[in-house]
Write a protein of this length. Structure first.
Ligand SMILES: [Mg+2]
Length: 278
């Protein structure tokens, strides 16, 4: 960006003393320096280097890919078993999350490291591109489920203003039921329970898929780390049977719980204090 600075010279400029001329030049130089700095620097920046290894795990580790395939292979087995057990069942549905479950936002996370943005800066710029790639195994699984007569509902905490681009993104990769009825975005509250209940009014939901345990029920939403661990223990038989969990080491409710949902404190020292060493 080029900044133009208008310097109005006094009419008697050439009659002024040397030190006055020097002062004007110095002030003009300072204004130019400040202007250039503002043009190249966003208003807020932060060091997001703590994300580097988790992003590399998502983008470069075959192990991450294998975990995703493993999740969707298990999901396929489960729906096959449920259909076999009750071949005449009607109105079967799957509720799935979108981010890090169906679509891969790791390029946005990488931009947080490289450009030092603070989330949610530029998030809607990224989603508006409708360019997120599918999570490994997701396309095949959801198309298989649709071919078996199962309806898919995408319950996401992307905003209503992101709905159109999100549907375009899903359509780009041939995900079934990519339309405004089946893509349920967030209105005002983060809990997905109201939307899950709405689906359950008319459908028998046989599987829930997500990367965040709050994608399954509200035991994990805005609750403490200890409470979340206790809930996972109590619900242990649900994982791999009605809940399929995709890995997400980059962000999630698990991270917010580390800080007790209070980001207005020294986050780095909290991260360090929570490490378990020997
Ligand atoms: Mg998600």
């Amino acid at each position: 960006m080029i900044n133009y600075i208008l310097i109005i010279l006094p009419q008697n400029f050439y009659d002024m003393k040397k030190n006055q001329i020097f002062l004007i030049i110095a002030m003009a130089s300072f204004m130019i320096m400040v202007s250039c700095k503002q043009a190249n620097t966003p208003s807020k920046q932060t060091n997001n280097d703590h994300l580097i290894m988790s992003i590399l795990y998502h983008q470069r580790a075959a192990e991450y890919e294998a975990l995703c395939y493993q999740s969707y292979n298990l999901a396929k087995q489960i729906i096959d078993e449920k259909i076999k057990a009750n071949p005449k069942a009607k109105n079967l549905a799957i509720i799935t999350d979108i981010d890090e479950t169906v679509l891969d936002n790791s390029p946005y996370e990488a931009s947080l490291v490289i450009k030092k943005y603070i989330f949610p800066d530029k998030w809607e710029e990224w989603t508006s591109l409708a360019n997120a790639k599918p999570i490994p195994g997701a396309q095949d699984f959801f198309n298989y489920a649709a071919s078996k007569g199962i309806t898919i509902f995408y319950i996401t905490n992307r905003g209503t203003n992101e709905k159109h681009a999100t549907i375009e993104n899903l359509k780009k990769y041939d995900f079934p039921f990519a339309d405004s009825l089946h893509v349920m975005t967030k209105d005002s509250i983060s809990s997905k329970e109201i939307r899950r209940n709405k689906v359950r009014e008319n459908y028998n939901v046989i599987l829930y898929i997500g990367d965040n345990l709050a994608d399954f029920n509200d035991s994990y939403l805005k609750t403490s780390m200890d409470y979340r661990h206790q809930a996972a223990l109590e619900q242990k038989d649900s994982f791999g049977t009605i809940y399929i969990v995709l890995p997400n080491a980059m962000y999630g409710e698990w991270e917010s719980a580390l800080y007790n949902y209070n980001y207005n404190q020294n986050i780095d020292s909290i991260r360090r204090s929570l490490l378990i060493s020997f």
